[in-house]
Ligand binder design. Structure first.
Ligand SMILES: [Fe+2]
Length: 412
């Protein structure tokens, strides 16, 4: 029986896809990162450097109405570039919004998509840039990922949290199937990430707190992920080190440009860390709670993180001890277990200090749907990175602790 060259090529490709070199890793990040107060003024030159001639600006409706896109619009026009606006992003982006944005991109013939806003606007811009005129269900993208795009892509966050400005993922709701679909692939990593803390000065304290703890969760979960790598660990460690100093001040005094800057860079670092290393059980459960109870993502993470850390400590006590160093609560006389415990309790205390809820009971969640939540969390892609293997029964038991607001024995 003869085998065609196409069949041989297919077998080779499948084998290569399945083979992960031992301890090997691939690390992706934006081609250009620009940071600094009012650095949005540099936007025109950077876009010219990236070869853009016509920019489609995708923004949150509120961000646009607050005038936070004005600096970018001026910089783009001053550089002699054409500009088309798509400023209708409200709430979580769905497939209908993406189709409308894609139609504007196609009609305008813009060659660069620039997202400005919170995670929703950046996710929308990324999807508009990569999905093209595809009309079918978004679930088609779930497995293969997206490797290429035809236009340039940039992201300017106005909150410090999701890290969407650097990650290779966008989450879009499929309006027909009524489910959130994570779309993933190298083409979703923006060419440009621009971090201007001046755009973040007006973010309310509650949102600053919740998005900041989302950043902390990205960093902690990336640091201990089964799929982590040395670069992700370095970025995650330094994100934690900066965040523990900057976040309480940014929540308490939102006009502090230095701390807003530190938080913007911490969110960027944590985004790079998890985009290349994966996440864990906190995000796997938070996604289900967010979808079912419409709880903001950062708030769900804030409630869950200390409990998941306590659960995972069996598998990653040494890593949590290192995180205690980053948090500034490690002392020479402490054992590894002491340091691990100090890290968990410091995270818990931070959540309390920021005024965020510390139990699921605080946000009105009862034991009614725990089995279903556990089953759904087991299917979440983020679970693959969790350092400890987990069963649905263990997730239910953990969630009972989170409802009661009671950390397990040894962490109280
Ligand atoms: Fe997150």
């Amino acid at each position: 029986m003869s085998v065609s060259s196409n069949e041989i090529a297919s077998i080779v490709q499948q084998t290569l896809q399945q083979y992960r070199p031992y301890r090997g890793f691939t690390f992706r990040s934006p081609a250009i990162t620009v940071t600094g107060g009012h650095c949005v003024n540099q936007l025109g030159d950077i876009l010219l450097e990236l070869g853009a001639t016509h920019v489609l600006l995708v923004a949150d409706k509120m961000v646009y109405q607050l005038g936070l896109t004005t600096g970018s619009e001026n910089a783009i026009r001053l550089a002699g570039l054409k500009l088309t606006l798509f400023t209708g992003v409200e709430g979580e982006p769905d497939s209908r919004l993406i189709a409308r944005g894609q139609a504007v991109l196609s009609t305008s013939k813009a060659d660069f998509v620039l997202g400005i806003g919170g995670g929703s606007a950046l996710d929308a811009a990324k999807a508009i840039a990569v999905i093209g005129d595809y009309q079918g269900p978004l679930t088609a993208f779930k497995v293969g990922g997206i490797a290429s795009r035809q236009v340039g892509l940039g992201a300017i966050p106005t909150t410090a949290g999701t890290g969407s400005e650097v990650t290779d993922i966008t989450v879009i709701k499929d309006a027909e199937l009524d489910i959130k679909v994570p779309v993933k692939g190298p083409a979703l990593v923006p060419d440009l990430a621009l971090l201007d803390p001046a755009l973040m000065l007006g973010v309310p304290a509650g949102i600053t707190a919740a998005t900041g703890v989302d950043t902390l969760t990205h960093a902690v979960e990336a640091y201990v992920s089964r799929q982590t790598n040395p670069l992700s660990k370095a970025y995650a460690y330094h994100a934690i080190e900066a965040l523990i100093k900057a976040l309480p001040v940014a929540v308490g005094y939102g006009q502090d440009m230095d701390k807003r800057y530190d938080m913007a860079v911490a969110a960027y670092k944590a985004g790079l860390a998890f985009s290349n290393a994966g996440l864990g059980l906190t995000h796997a459960i938070a996604h289900q709670i967010g979808a079912r109870y419409h709880l903001p993502h950062g708030v769900a993470n804030a409630i869950l993180l200390p409990y998941v850390m306590a659960f995972n400590a069996l598998s990653c006590e040494a890593d949590y001890a290192e995180i205690a160093n980053a948090l500034g609560v490690s002392r020479e006389a402490m054992t590894q277990r002491d340091r691990c415990r100090a890290a968990i309790l410091t995270v818990r205390q931070l959540v309390v200090d920021l005024g965020l809820p510390t139990s699921l009971a605080d946000v009105g969640i009862t034991e009614q749907d725990l089995a279903l939540l556990a089953e759904q969390a087991m299917q979440d892609i983020c679970l693959q990175g969790n350092p400890r293997q987990v069963t649905p029964v263990q997730i239910v038991e953990l969630l009972k602790q989170v409802i009661a607001g009671q950390l397990p024995e040894g962490y109280c």
